[in-house]
Design a protein around this ligand. Structure first.
Ligand code: ZN
Length: 63
C-alpha cells in the first residue's frame, strides 16, 4: 500500500508482508494506528490500522 507523508508529501510503498505483520501486531495491542517513519523526512506518520487491513487481500473467515 502507498503511504503519503503529512509533513513532506513524499509517498512510499509498504510491502504486503509488512502491512500484514503490522496489522496483526497492532491489533494484538489494541492500537488503532500504526506509526511508520517517513523514509524522506523521518517523521513518524500515523497510518490507521483499518486502512492497512483494507489494503490486504481478503482472507477467508474462520479457519
Ligand atoms: Zn516525510
Amino acid at each position: 500500500m502507498h503511504v503519503r507523508c503529512n509533513y513532506c508529501n513524499h509517498t512510499f510503498n509498504l510491502s504486503r508482508d509488512y502491512v500484514a505483520e503490522m496489522v496483526a501486531r497492532e491489533e494484538e495491542k489494541g492500537h488503532k494506528y500504526h506509526q511508520v517513519e517517513c523514509i524522506n523526512c523521518r517523521k513518524m506518520i500515523k497510518v490507521p490500522v483499518d486502512q492497512m487491513r483494507r489494503a490486504l487481500p481478503d482472507e477467508p473467515v474462520g479457519e
